[in-house]
Structures are given as structure tokens and as C-alpha cells.
Ligand binder design. Structure first.
Ligand code: AHG
Ligand code: MN
Ligand code: MN
Length: 363
């Protein structure tokens, strides 16, 4: 299809900005730099085994990241691409990433700006060697005023802002097509990379997630570590038509959260990586600042919901940069049901009803 009549990401951002006459255009410029990093990664990922970025051989300096996870060469390279393509612009006060233990400072040779960029440069990196979709996730926050005024270094505390404070968030997915999915707080828009033009082109705006679904995603190998409300929810889904839900469910697990989030944005569903007891030092698998919050912002902007199970994700006050958290997101009615199950007493705490087996009137 010719580009005529289609909007590029640049045009979408300019049309958005026209609604805010006071806006400087800095956020737009920052988002375009982020999208350029994503285009560079889309190119590398699409070369697959023909390129040199795959494999497990650790590059010099690559090792175990701050999460205690093995860094793959592409984890390291994607982090480097994000940092280098965003540090020069003067729009950022600093950056933080899954792959960097402490915040990254803007080099003294460049001016410092009013935003903070937080990212997971490569989500689903275990899938890279098997040619399954991976992605990059980003969140943009405002830097504290004195970062801009004094040009001081950023510190971890500057990034500890609840998801509700995000100015913009999104992800790129490197799948059969590369797509860039964005919210600037006015709905969710999807852009598809035109590889000939090297431009992200708007292919869907005002994405709306169906409120109901019959599809759920959870890593059920963790079932024995789940808390009772999650067990109950999944058991009820598995019980299907004859069970309490009265309908059959389908299950999906890609192991790239970006790809699960994208499927859910496109056709509904619910994703759970809940808090569990697998490792008491890790309250959940996914990270609050660069996984749960940006995806949460997108979900809410598309009429869905994101939660810890106990409280809305965007209301959580972070206490550390690489904090992990239980995450449930997707179709609104399902997420609300899971939240309700967390509020209701668990079965073992519920007094046995009179006519249940083992009750007084059992025959
Ligand atoms: P990352 O590659 O950035 O470490 O994230 C991987 C995450 C997420 O994308 C996915 O949902 C989850 O890990 C998969 O976890 P399991 O290995 O437990 O399935
Ligand atoms: Mn990730
Ligand atoms: Mn990652």
C-alpha cells in the first residue's frame, strides 16, 4: 500500500502535539530517538543467524546482569544501542535499564534534559535463539526539576515514581513484522515498520481490549508456588464449561511478555506472572519500572487493566530500581475477577457451608 494517506510516527507525534500548543516538541524528539533504537534492533533481529548478534557467547565484559541472569550478547548490544541513541539529545536527565545496575548518566559533553528514560532493551531474550518474537519496552518519566536546573547526576531515587507518573510508554515487538506500540496518555497507537522506507507507519489507533476473554497466559510450571487466589482462578479456567465459569478457556505462553502483551492488546486475554513462593527473595518475576509499569500504562489506555492482584499497578510506589512484582494484566473483567479473588477469604479460611461434604448435614 502506498504511504499516501498513511501517517508516519513523526506525523502522529506532531498531530498529537498540536493539541498542546505549549508543548516544546522535546517529548516527540525523544520518542523518535527511542523508535530509532528500536528500528536498529529490528534490523539486527531480522538478520537472525545471518548476523553476528545471536548466540550465547558472552562478549568481553558481558556476564551476569543485576538480575542474576545471564546476559546474552544481544542483551548487551541492545542496551548499548538504547544508551547511545538517546544520551546525546539533551532531552534526558538520565537513563535506567534492566541491564545496568545503577542509573546511566548523560556524559558531560551533552546537555541534560527534563525526562528520564527507563527500559528493558530486550524482553524475552531466551527466545532469541529460537526465532520467536522478542521486543524492547520503555517508560518515560519526568526528571526532578533540580536535575535540569543544576545538571546534577541522577540517582536511583529519581526513578522511583509510580506508574501513574509516566509521560509516555510503549514497546517495540520484533516479530514477523516489527511494530512500535505507544501511548502518550491519549489511547494506544500501533505502528508497523515499513522496511523499505525505514519508517514506522500508523496501522491502528485507539486500540481497545475486549473486556471479556476466554484466553489466559501463565507459566503453569510454577503452579505449586502460587497463592490460593491464583490457583482458584486458573483451576476455574481449566474446569471449562462444566465449571464455575461456564465456558472453555484457551491457554498461551510465549515467554516474551512483550508478545503476550501484544496479543492481548490485539484480541484480549489475561496474562499472569503473579507473586509466588518460588524464591522468597523475589516477589514476582517481572520488573516494576521497565516491564509492569509501561505495559500497565498501555493496558489502562486501551481500556484494559493491570494489577498486582492486590492493587492497581500504576499506583504502586516503587522502592528500588530493579524491584520485581507480581503482575496481572489484560481484559478488564478478568483482571477485576482476579483482584476480587485476592480480597475474598481463601477456601480453607471459609467456614464449611451447611450442605457441603463433611458438613453437619452430610448424608
Ligand atoms: P527478560 O528477557 O527481559 O529477562 O524477560 C523475560 C520475562 C518475560 O518476557 C516473560 O514473560 C518471562 O520472563 C518468562 O518467564 P519464564 O521463563 O518463567 O517463562
Ligand atoms: Mn523483560
Ligand atoms: Mn530484558
Amino acid at each position: 500500500m502506498p504511504l499516501t494517506g498513511r501517517w508516519t510516527l513523526t506525523r502522529y507525534l506532531i498531530e498529537q502535539r498540536r493539541r498542546y500548543p505549549g508543548a516544546s516538541g522535546e517529548l516527540n524528539a525523544l520518542l523518535l530517538d527511542v523508535s530509532l533504537a528500536c528500528k536498529a534492533l529490528a534490523r539486527i533481529v531480522s538478520r537472525g543467524a545471518l548476523g553476528s548478534a545471536l548466540g550465547n557467547a558472552l562478549p568481553a565484559g558481558g556476564s551476569i546482569n543485576v538480575q542474576g541472569e545471564v546476559q546474552k550478547p544481544l542483551d548487551v548490544l541492545s542496551n548499548e544501542i538504547f544508551v547511545r541513541m538517546n544520551e546525546w539529545s539533551g532531552h534526558l536527565g538520565g537513563m535506567a535499564s534492566e541491564e545496568m545496575e545503577t542509573p546511566s548518566q548523560i556524559p558531560a559533553t551533552y546537555p541534560r534534559g527534563k525526562y528520564l528514560l527507563v527500559f528493558d532493551p530486550l524482553d524475552g531474550s531466551s527466545n532469541i535463539d529460537v526465532n520467536v518474537a522478542v521486543g524492547s519496552i520503555f517508560s518515560i518519566l519526568r526528571a526532578p526539576a533540580d536535575v535540569l536546573e543544576s545538571g546534577r547526576d541522577v540517582v536511583e531515587a529519581d526513578f522511583l515514581q509510580p506508574g501513574a507518573a509516566q509521560v509516555a510508554a510503549g514497546y517495540a515487538i520484533y516479530g514477523p513484522a516489527a511494530q512500535f506500540v505507544l501511548t502518550v496518555g491519549d489511547g494506544v497507537a500501533v505502528f508497523t515498520l515499513d522496511p523499505d522506507l525505514g519508517e514506522f507507519v500508523l496501522t491502528q489507533s485507539n486500540v481497545q481490549i475486549p473486556a471479556d476473554t476466554q484466553e489466559f497466559a501463565i507459566n503453569s510450571s510454577n503452579a505449586r508456588f502460587w497463592e490460593p487466589p491464583i490457583k482458584r482462578y486458573v483451576d476455574e479456567c481449566l474446569a471449562g464449561k462444566p465449571g464455575p465459569r461456564g465456558k472453555d478457556f484457551n491457554m498461551r505462553w510465549i515467554a516474551s511478555m512483550v508478545a503476550e502483551a501484544h496479543r492481548i492488546l490485539m484480541r484480549g486475554g489475561v496474562f499472569l506472572y503473579p507473586r509466588d513462593s518460588k524464591d522468597p527473595s523475589r516477589p514476582g518475576r517481572l520488573r516494576l519500572l521497565y516491564e509492569a509499569n509501561p505495559v500497565g500504562f498501555l493496558m489502562e489506555q486501551a481500556g484494559g487493566r493491570a494489577s498486582t492482584g492486590r492493587q492497581p499497578m500504576l499506583g504502586v510506589q516503587p522502592h528500588e530500581l530493579h524491584q520485581r512484582i507480581g503482575l496481572v494484566f489484560g481484559s478488564r473483567n478478568e483482571v477485576e475477577r482476579i483482584e476480587r479473588y485476592h480480597r475474598e477469604p481463601v477456601a480453607s479460611e471459609t467456614p464449611a457451608p451447611l450442605f457441603a461434604p463433611r458438613s453437619l448435614f452430610r448424608d
